[in-house]
Design a protein around this ligand. Structure first.
Ligand code: ADP
Length: 307
């Protein structure tokens, strides 16, 4: 049994526009690097190797919470040291907390000789999401662990379906403004109109079928959200302009990544994906808002042990 490993944990886009809380997709960029070591006493040590000043108290860092939940289950004298090199900005909406939670769960399982099933690993990792956002959800965790696109049909009981992911390009812009996940949840209406629900489940079924059949046109027209986006997009300056101009540049479609503020777009070619990036940059230059962009592809491997 190795007692030290290095892990790469990918960023993720949750919701995929119409699939609020039930769909997510892993990205090849950005990703976090984590080094983990088994300790022979029951404690968790967290070392942050980045500028984000995240907590090192295991009860306040999602990686720590996940590892403590694994230790509670094991009831033996094992502990973990985890060194986190974070590249996915916390609060960006591209699964920063999920990468640490999923990385910690997969890494610990590997160090322990692969004791746990994939569902158990997701369950452990969800404890981290509970800390970050107040609710256990798996729409970032599942694709982060499994790679590709995940459908979370149910949390209780856990029912996760991996969907074959098409070879599409993903462009992401992260405008450097703060959108608190709790605010982004609080402003949502608690009830939906039946006509909106019908349109939304038509889109979700269309999107999943589009992925399964690699039907780009169907994916494009199903990337429509009549329930969450009209409310949440008001928290993201430039959202409508970015979206309409990206579609004008040839992107298939896209929307808010997770609870924002990042916005993502899917494209069929690298050229369209970089034209989309230029559009995003122009909009935020014009608004005078600092931003980061990524032009990437769908990550098909999930969390990887790289050393
Ligand atoms: P994202 O959508 O980018 O994951 P969240 O709002 O879900 O952003 O999570 C970020 C929150 O989780 C921040 O409040 C951050 O302080 C907290 N947090 C605790 N531990 C970590 C960690 N290891 N990585 C990222 N965020 C963490």
């Amino acid at each position: 049994m190795t007692n030290q490993i290095t892990i790469r944990a990918p960023g993720t886009v949750a919701n995929l526009v119409c699939g609020f809380d039930i769909l997510g997709m892993a990205l090849d960029e950005p990703n976090d690097i984590m080094r983990m070591r088994l300790l022979d006493e029951p404690k968790v040590v967290i070392i942050n190797r980045d500028e984000f000043n995240l907590p090192t108290d295991p009860l306040k860092n999602v990686a720590g919470v996940v590892l403590l939940s694994i230790m509670e289950k094991l009831q033996n004298n094992v502990g973990f040291e985890v060194e986190i090199e974070k590249h996915i900005k916390p609060g960006s909406g591209i699964g920063s907390s999920a990468a640490s939670a999923a990385g910690a769960a997969v890494g610990a399982n590997h160090l322990l000789g692969n004791k746990f099933t994939s569902d158990e690993i997701v369950q452990f990792a969800m404890n981290g999401e509970k800390l970050a956002s107040g609710v256990k959800h798996a729409d970032n965790i599942a694709p982060c662990i499994l790679g590709g696109i995940s459908l979370i049909r149910s949390i209780h009981p856990l029912d996760i379906i991996s969907i074959p992911s098409p070879d599409l390009y993903v462009t992401v812009v992260h405008p450097q403004i703060e959108v608190r996940t709790s605010d982004a949840r609080q402003i949502l209406r608690k009830q939906v109109l039946l006509k909106d629900a019908i349109r939304q489940w038509g889109n979700i079924a269309g999107l999943v079928t589009g992925f399964l059949k690699n039907d780009h046109a169907l994916i494009g027209r199903s990337l429509e959200d009549v329930i969450i986006e009209p409310v949440r997009s008001i928290l993201i300056p430039g959202f409508d302009e970015v979206k309409s101009k990206c579609l004008g540049a040839g992107a298939l479609g896209g929307g808010i990544s997770g609870s924002g503020p990042s916005v993502f777009m899917l494209s069929t070619t690298a050229a369209i994906a970089s034209a989309t990036e230029k559009v995003m940059m122009n909009v935020y230059e014009g608004l005078g808002i600092a931003y980061n962009t990524y032009v990437t592809t769908i990550n098909k491997k999930g969390v990887e042990i790289i050393d």
